[in-house]
Design a protein around this ligand. Structure first.
Ligand code: GLN
Length: 197
């Protein structure tokens, strides 16, 4: 199938299986776990899942993927960071050093409190879906600051930015992979298709 795209999920820690499962439900998408350089090279686009950003960052270093991944993203590979993934992509993290440091946003970790403060809210994210979709927040970060000359704000919730896009980079504070809603996965798959064209 010539119109098939391959989307990887960085598979060190966090909601890996959940994202792979969501991708498998999309037409013309092949989903692969990515842990090695060889797998990264196969991917047309990559999801950085939620989990623990400090742990995923350490594993990126241990597996030698931090630099190759940064290069691929800087070279234009579409990437979507959910929650911890958003933290990995940010150029600035309040009070801590950055990781991949590729996107012009400042994030605040655990901005919504602890696991016990997790919540889901129905919200319209016009760029992604004209109907409200469920946004689930689990020890989520928010975007404290974004360079709005470069970054498109996709969603604000109670005054805080929770979804944004900078060209081929998408970030969401929320976790669509724990809901039945596939609009954000489809939106990212469309970004991968357009970049492959
Ligand atoms: N609190 C986590 C972190 O700082 C992110 C939580 C998540 O991805 N669900 O990395």
């Amino acid at each position: 199938m010539s119109n098939q795209i391959t989307i990887g999920v960085l598979s060190y820690q966090g909601s890996v299986e959940e994202h792979l499962h969501c991708l498998e439900q999309l037409p013309n998408v092949r989903a692969i776990p990515v842990k090695t350089l060889a797998a990264l090279e196969e991917a047309d686009g990559l999801i950085l899942p939620g989990g623990e950003s400090t742990t995923i960052s350490k594993l990126l270093d241990i597996f030698g993927l931090m630099e190759p991944l940064r290069k691929r993203i800087e070279g234009g590979m579409p990437v979507w960071g959910t929650c911890a993934g958003m933290i990995l992509l940010a150029k600035e993290i309040v009070g801590e050093p950055a990781h991949l440091a590729v996107m012009d946003i400042t994030v605040r970790r655990n901005a919504y409190g602890t696991q016990l403060d997790s919540f889901t809210e129905l919200v319209t994210v016009p760029e992604i879906c004209t109907q409200p979709i469920p946004l689930t927040f689990i020890r989520a970060p928010w975007i404290e600051k974004a360079d709005e000359k470069k970054v498109q704000i996709l969603c604000r919730l109670h005054g805080h930015i929770v979804a944004a896009r900078q060209g081929h980079m998408l970030v969401t504070s929320y976790h669509p992979e724990v809901t039945d809603d596939r609009h954000t996965h489809q939106y990212f798959a469309n970004m991968v298709v357009s970049s492959a064209e």
